[in-house]
Design a binder for this molecule. Structure first.
Ligand code: ADP
Ligand code: MG
Length: 229
């Protein structure tokens, strides 16, 4: 479903920084993949390209058989909104909106009417164990609760893929494991999960660990004994 071939990406700010150097990556529907690598190795760059948030210079990226390069900006936005949910280390919630409003926002962009989007958002908040917290602002919630709101927001559009960039990076280990269990649960329902992490314990809870090194995929480890903490 995710097929990157010979992807190159260079940033120019003063000096040129060649971050991805002919990277190849295939991820199948339903996989749970962890991406590891040193800080600055291009993990977020890779995830942003996969998420159609950022462009690449050369190579090809096919998502579900569609060549992403050929989509217009507007088509990309629609496709992204329908296909992909994002989870970030810093949660990226809107501070002046309630938990429910944050979760409902992607549906607003899809043109779903208020009553329906609030009902759907509420279902996902409940699924994330946050019933009763819907009217709270992010500042009134713990890190783990904020990340669960972000997960509900990522899932509310019923995406095929969840992309998570260090989703447990700001959480303590107990809360991290809880978030990982939610990602595993989502994956068991058939959603492809691609997660960047620094933490070997969290990576061990995926099916496959991809190591990025020197701008390409350095090695792939298969977690045959998938680790449930
Ligand atoms: P990682 O997520 O593995 O830590 P990133 O993909 O964020 O790495 O960044 C890879 C390299 O590219 C880093 O050296 C970073 O400073 C640089 N970089 C990332 N984004 C930009 C940008 N928008 N402009 C210029 N340089 C960038
Ligand atoms: Mg990063």
């Amino acid at each position: 479903m995710i097929k990157l071939e010979n992807i190159n990406k260079t940033y120019y700010n003063g000096a040129a920084l060649h971050v991805l150097k002919g990277l190849n990556l295939h991820i199948n529907q339903g996989e749970f993949v962890a991406i590891m690598g040193a800080s600055g190795s291009g993990k977020s760059t890779l995830l942003n390209i996969v998420g159609i948030l950022d462009d690449y210079d050369t190579g090809t990226y096919h998502l579900n058989g569609k060549l992403i390069r050929e989509l217009s900006e507007k088509e990309s936005a629609v496709y992204r909104n329908q296909t992909i949910g994002f989870v970030f280390q810093s949660f990226n919630l809107i501070s002046f909106k309630t938990a429910l409003e944050n979760v409902a926002l992607p549906l607003y962009y899809q043109g779903v009417r208020r009553k329906k989007r609030n009902a759907t958002a509420m279902r996902y908040l409940e699924r994330m164990g946050l019933a009763g917290w819907e009217d709270h602002l992010p500042s009134e919630l713990s890190g783990g609760q904020k990340q669960r709101i972000a997960m509900a927001r990522a899932l509310v559009t019923n995406p095929r893929i969840i992309l998570a960039d260090e989703p447990t990076g700001a959480l303590d280990s107990q809360t991290s494991v809880e978030v990982m269990h939610l990602l595993q649960e989502v994956n068991r329902e058939g959603i492809t999960v691609v997660m960047v992490t620094h933490n070997p314990e969290m990576a061990g809870m995926s099916q496959k660990i991809i190591h990025i090194r020197d701008g390409i995929i350095g090695s792939i480890e298969h977690n045959t004994q998938r680790h449930h903490v």
